[in-house]
Design a protein around this ligand. Sequence first.
Ligand SMILES: Cc1cc2nc3c(=O)[nH]c(=O)nc-3n(C[C@H](O)[C@H](O)[C@H](O)COP(=O)(O)OP(=O)(O)OC[C@H]3O[C@@H](n4cnc5c(N)ncnc54)[C@H](O)[C@@H]3O)c2cc1C
Ligand code: SF4
Length: 551
Amino acid sequence: MSVDPPFGGQDGHRPTRDGALYADGRNAIRPRAERVEHGAEIRGERTIRVDACVVGTGAGGAPVAKELAEGGMSVAMLEEGERFTTDDFNARPRDMLARLYRDAGQVATLGNVPVIMPLGRSVAGSTLINSGTCFRTPDPVLEMWGERFGLDDMGPAELDPFFRRVERIQNVVQVPPEYAGRNALVVKRGADALGWSGDFIYRNVRGCVGSGICTFGCPTSAKQHVGLTYVPLAWDAGATTYTGCRARRIEVDGGRVRAVEATTAGGGRLRVECDLAVVACGAIGTPLLLQAQRLGGESGELGRNLSIHPATGVRADFDEEIDMAKGVPQSYFIDEFADEGIMFEGAAGPPDYSAMSLPFSGDRHRELMLRWVNQSQFGVMVSDLSRGSVRRRGSLVQIRYDLNREDTATFKRAIELLCELYWAAGARAVYPPIAGLPELRDGELTRVREHDLRPGELTLLAFHPLGTARADARAGSGVVDGNLKVRGTENLYLADGSVVPSSIGVNPQITIMALATRLAFHLLGAAAPHDEPEPEAMARPRITRPHALSA
Ligand SMILES: Cc1cc2nc3c(=O)[nH]c(=O)nc-3n(C[C@H](O)[C@H](O)[C@H](O)COP(=O)(O)OP(=O)(O)OC[C@H]3O[C@@H](n4cnc5c(N)ncnc54)[C@H](O)[C@@H]3O)c2cc1C
Ligand code: SF4
């Protein structure tokens, strides 16, 4: 296949061999049939009977459904949201937020700083709207889980075959420089000048053309959300997806799940009788479902221990043209400060999204938007020591999270470092995300350094909620045991971000998929897939010790 990168030649980069792999979409997974039942068409009562009922079709639910179905089980996948394809995407963030995101992307925490927490709500869950960044769980974090939570069976060697299987199915490939976009290359220039470690990100794609809109529906189906990989593979193995079906009740008798009941978009009721139930509604949805059924409460930890990997971004203005709408939005990372809990990752995107988040109004907002093609933006995520909680109060979901003193100090250091990087890259103005300090000129860092930062002055988002039903192999601790079984039940398991016991310092989708795959192999009584190919290379951030030990 000939490679015709839209941004070839930027900063002297020539198309690479990996560019060919990255841009080749010919090995996309194509199911023999789409086995989808629409909840909107289920208006009365319907009962089905399967071996396994999987609730939620995101990073955790889809892999477990596919593996169980391939292992010979009959599987029903319940999903509250709908199924979307490229026909539903128009590359306009305002429309796509309303269509693809839970509550139009406005889920937020309560606490000493409001944190916007975007979540998916469709077949593929949050993977439909994520950036496609792939990191394995850092080894020191897995080793810490062994020491702190007794999860010795989740060490780097034990999880390696499952990581390899996920990386093969998801087609994890490194972004070639010619697709990275000028935003990443400008930041790389700054990092190189300062001698900071970083690299182009590994992503799950097949046929990416660098169209710059990953989080609002990939227009080419290049980004391998699980609705393009695991869900079709599950269909081919006989599983059926029920869209528009919200699980509301788990019927348990003597510790055994007998059935899962869902209300349907058509106003009906679907009853799934099963021998086994796997809940994978995400770190916010799973504790809410379990709390409503009074399940998983033995350790008193359900809904607690929420880590969110809070994020913010610094903007900068350059004399040169950058055009953040071109290239892969999240294509470069800097791990120089990963041991301090600081990961810098790209955060580019289209202009209307920037317009919504610029910290200015009126004429100043207009002036900056007129210079949008000259602007760069880069993100920082902090591996948090703060912990929050999730629970329902009446009809409202309350996500409580206070950013503690240590994490606030880490943000201050990270923002100062990113400002320093932008000066090293040649910026003419830098905009830190701190209320009251909106604009810096002439290489200034002192005002950031001397600022007594309070959490409420930060503009924060969080894309990685984890830990609200954390795994712990020690007796009496954790909502699930080391095999992800809900304590106090015999056949109810969890397979999503809720079981991840600590902040992991990197983007979590590969961690969640690997743990879900391991769970399915355990349920099937199958040996780990040691014959999976070893990837030629894999992004391994320079994390030598875990920053975030759980409180
Ligand atoms: C904008 C954005 C960008 C991101 N970028 C990255 C990235 O680049 N790399 C990375 O590793 N991670 C990224 N993430 C995070 C990653 O996508 C999530 O960590 C991961 O998808 C979580 O998997 P999960 O299975 O826990 O939940 P989800 O993937 O969110 O799936 C949960 C599913 O359960 C469904 N559900 C909930 N309740 C019910 C119910 N009662 N009945 C039926 N269905 C229900 C939901 O509708 C949803 O589809 C990003 C997230 C966002 C929002
Ligand atoms: S950059 Fe464009 S083509 Fe590539 S994964 Fe993102 S949205 Fe899809």
